[in-house]
Design a protein around this ligand. Structure first.
Ligand SMILES: C[S@@+](CC[C@H](N)C(=O)[O-])C[C@H]1O[C@@H](n2cnc3c(N)ncnc32)[C@H](O)[C@@H]1O
Length: 286
């Protein structure tokens, strides 16, 4: 699902989240951009802290790929950390498919100079941080992004609605974009997402819950070991192994979902048939 329109200032309903920061609802996906528990806090809980951004910035220059600029909350949080840390430079490449995202972000924070510069030029920089905004579908952008990333903040809408962003094939494209000690982070916890990351060749781990925020998932390129690793074995057979696929990286979310649902249905009918056969066999045997 790709949304685009001419630039305008959208009428948005600001939603106040529990930490005092604002979010809003996407009219097409019908999901909020952030958790009601706190938009800003979520950026720190799901991406900044488990990615050890401050520690990485103290050690050397850091490059981040931010998937789904949205309202710019993750980008602003990373800028804040770079300024506080005062360490090495931070470069962020942020990809957004929806032309209305930046106008929405600006409507929520009209006085933010980072957002206004990004909207007019697609770039922003100061002495420590450089941000480049790519208006593109991440599935196209992955072929041209420079790579060498320390972190990927993977933050699309949910796999149930924004399915094209959660496939084995997209995850496999992310892997060579990461440095050997790089890490992909996401808020998602679904088995289909974790299976997709395993199948794309990552070692997969848990990001810790930061109440009231739930934990998420992290992935590091093999042969590195993920911190707090998830045992891959249950993800090697169904139902946990049934991931989302987009073999051409061009399919729409509905097609991708339908393919996975068909696999799940086939599995459940095979299981039902198997247990019926076992019951018949047991009756005959008895
Ligand atoms: C949950 S919001 C991201 C919130 C954002 N990270 C922030 O900090 O405000 C998900 C974003 O992903 C974008 N998106 C969805 N599909 C995409 C795709 N195929 N390529 C790039 N961006 C996409 C949506 O338009 C939306 O802005």
């Amino acid at each position: 699902m790709i949304f685009s329109s001419l630039h305008f200032t959208p009428a948005i309903e600001k939603i106040l989240t529990a930490d005092g920061s604002y979010t809003c609802r996407h009219p097409g996906y019908k999901e909020n951009y952030h958790a009601k528990e706190g938009a800003r806090a979520e950026a720190f809980a799901k991406f900044i802290r488990p990615g050890r951004l401050a520690e990485r910035l103290r050690a050397g220059p850091v490059r981040v790929l931010d998937v789904g600029f949205g309202l710019g909350v993750n980008v602003m949080a990373a800028i804040e950390v770079a300024r506080e840390t005062g360490g090495h430079p931070l470069r962020m490449d942020t990809v957004e498919a929806d032309a209305d995202a930046l106008p929405r972000a600006r409507a929520l924070a009209p006085a933010c100079p980072v957002l206004s510069t990004l909207e007019s030029t697609g770039q922003w920089r100061d002495a420590l941080v450089e941000v480049a905004l790519f208006h593109a579908d991440i599935r196209r952008a992955v072929t041209t992004l420079p790579g060498n990333y320390d972190l990927i903040f993977h933050d699309p809408f949910s796999a149930m609605k924004n399915t094209e962003c959660w496939t084995v094939e997209l995850f496999a494209r992310f892997k060579p974009l990461l440095k050997a000690d790089g890490m992909l982070l996401t808020y998602a916890e679904a088995d289909a997402v974790r299976a997709g990351l395993f199948q794309a060749g990552f070692s997969v781990g848990l990001t810790p819950p930061a109440p009231p925020h739930r934990g998420g998932t992290l992935a590091v390129p093999l042969p590195a070991h993920a911190p707090d690793p998830i045992d891959p074995e249950p993800y090697t057979h169904p139902p946990k192994s049934i991931a989302y696929h987009d073999f051409t990286l061009k399919e729409d979310g509905k097609t991708i979902r339908a393919r996975r649902e068909a696999q799940v249905r086939t599995l459940s009918s095979a299981e039902e048939e198997g247990s019926a056969n076992r019951r018949i066999g047991g009756a005959e045997g008895g």
